[in-house]
Ligand binder design. Structure first.
Ligand code: DAH
Length: 333
C-alpha cells in the first residue's frame, strides 16, 4: 500500500464522518441542501478527494473508487433520511401552529329582531297592497297648504289647535299627519285611485301612555265614482280582521275638516276602548282643492295610529316602551 492510498482512505473516512456529523445536527431543509452541495456537489469535498486518485497506482484505484461509492451512497441515504425527518417536523410544526381548539367557546353574534313598529307597518302595507292600493310617499317637512289649507283647515280654524306642531323659520312645519300625502298624491293622479302612505308625524302632544310627540301614521284613501261610507266601513273591517282576526270594533261619529261625515274607530286594549284611527268621506272642498269634480267623484280616507295598533297587537301597556330602546323589552318580539 502506498502512503497516498492510505491518505485518500483516511480523507474519505474523515469526509464521511464530518458529513454525517453535520447532517445529524442540520436543523432546516436549507441547511441540509447546503450540506449536500458542500459534500456531494460537483465541486464538493468528495470530488476534491477523488481528484487525488490520479496519483494512485492502477491497482489501487478500484479500491478507492469502491470506497468513494460507499461513502457517497451512505451520505446520500443519510441526507435522504434527514430530509424526511425535517420535512415531517416542518409539517408537524405548521399543523400545530394552525391547530384550532374546537373546545373553545365561540363568539356569538346577537341576533337582531324587527322592531314592533316596523313589523306592523310591513303587515299593514302588505294588507293594503293586497287590496290593490299603491304605496305613496310625502315629506315630513311640509308647508301649511298641504298639511292644513288644502285639507279644509281655514287659517283660524279651531281644529288646528288639536294639531299644533313645530314650525320652521321659513314657515314650513313638521307635518302633523300623513293626510298631506292625500293632497300631493291626488294632485298628481286622476281617479279612480287607491293609495296607502306610511310616515312619521309630529305634534305638540303631552307624552303619556297613549300619546307620543313623534309617532307614525298610515294613511289610506280611495277616490272613484259612487264610493260610499259602506265601502269605507267594509275596507276597515276587512283590514282589521286581516291584522287582528275577529275583535270587537267600535265606530264613533267624529269631526275632521277634511272629511264629512267623519268617524273614529276604537278597539279593545287593556280592558278599555282605544282609538286607533280617524276616517271619513273626503270632503267636497278637498276634492275641489285637487281639481276633482265632487259631483262626479267621491272618496274615503283614514289615518291609522301605528303605535297604537302595535300596542294592541303586541299587548303593550305604554307607548313609551316602543321608544325606550330597552333590549330586554324588544327581545320579546
Ligand atoms: N289626519 C287625522 C289625524 O291625524 C286622521 C284622519 C282622519 C285621517 C280622517 C284621514 C281621515 O284620512 O279621513 O288625526
Amino acid at each position: 500500500m502506498t502512503p497516498s492510498l492510505i491518505d485518500l482512505e483516511t480523507q474519505l473516512q474523515s469526509v464521511e464522518q464530518l458529513a454525517q456529523g453535520a447532517i445529524a445536527v442540520a436543523a432546516t431543509l436549507d441547511e441540509l441542501e447546503q450540506l449536500r452541495v458542500a459534500y456531494l456537489g460537483k465541486k464538493g469535498q468528495l470530488s476534491q478527494v477523488l481528484g487525488g486518485m490520479g496519483k494512485l497506482s492502477a491497482a489501487d484505484r478500484p479500491r478507492i473508487g469502491a470506497l468513494a461509492n460507499t461513502v457517497k451512497n451512505a451520505l446520500q441515504s443519510a441526507l435522504e433520511h434527514k430530509k424526511e425527518v425535517l420535512q415531517k417536523a416542518e409539517t408537524d410544526a405548521q399543523l400545530a401552529a394552525e391547530a384550532l381548539d374546537v373546545t373553545m367557546p365561540g363568539v356569538f353574534v346577537p341576533q337582531g329582531r324587527v322592531h314592533p313598529i316596523n313589523s306592523i307597518i310591513d303587515q299593514i302595507v302588505d294588507i293594503f297592497v293586497g287590496l290593490g292600493y299603491t304605496v305613496a310617499q310625502g315629506p315630513e317637512v311640509e308647508n301649511d297648504y298641504h298639511n292644513f289649507e288644502a285639507l279644509n283647515f281655514l287659517p283660524d280654524h279651531p281644529a288646528r289647535d288639536m294639531q299644533d306642531t313645530l314650525y320652521l323659520i321659513d314657515g314650513q312645519l313638521m307635518r302633523t299627519h300623513t293626510s298631506n300625502v292625500q293632497i300631493r298624491y291626488m294632485k298628481e293622479h286622476e281617479p279612480p285611485l287607491r293609495a296607502v302612505a306610511v310616515g312619521r308625524c309630529y305634534r305638540r302632544d303631552t307624552v303619556d301612555a297613549t300619546h307620543a310627540a313623534v309617532f307614525h301614521q298610515i294613511e289610506f284613501f280611495a277616490v272613484d265614482k259612487n264610493l260610499t261610507f259602506s265601502d269605507l266601513k267594509g275596507t276597515i273591517k276587512v283590514f282589521l280582521e286581516a291584522l287582528f282576526g275577529e275583535i270587537p270594533v267600535r265606530f264613533r261619529p267624529s269631526f275632521f275638516p277634511f272629511t264629512e261625515p267623519s268617524a273614529e274607530v276604537d278597539v279593545q286594549w287593556q280592558g278599555q276602548w282605544l282609538e286607533i284611527l280617524g276616517c271619513g268621506m273626503i270632503d267636497p272642498n278637498v276634492l275641489e282643492a285637487v281639481g276633482y269634480d265632487p259631483e262626479v267623484y267621491s272618496g274615503f280616507a283614514a289615518g291609522l295610529g301605528v303605535e297604537r295598533l302595535a300596542m294592541v297587537q303586541s299587548k303593550i301597556d305604554d307607548i313609551r316602551r316602543l321608544y325606550a330602546s330597552d333590549l330586554r323589552f324588544l327581545r320579546q318580539f
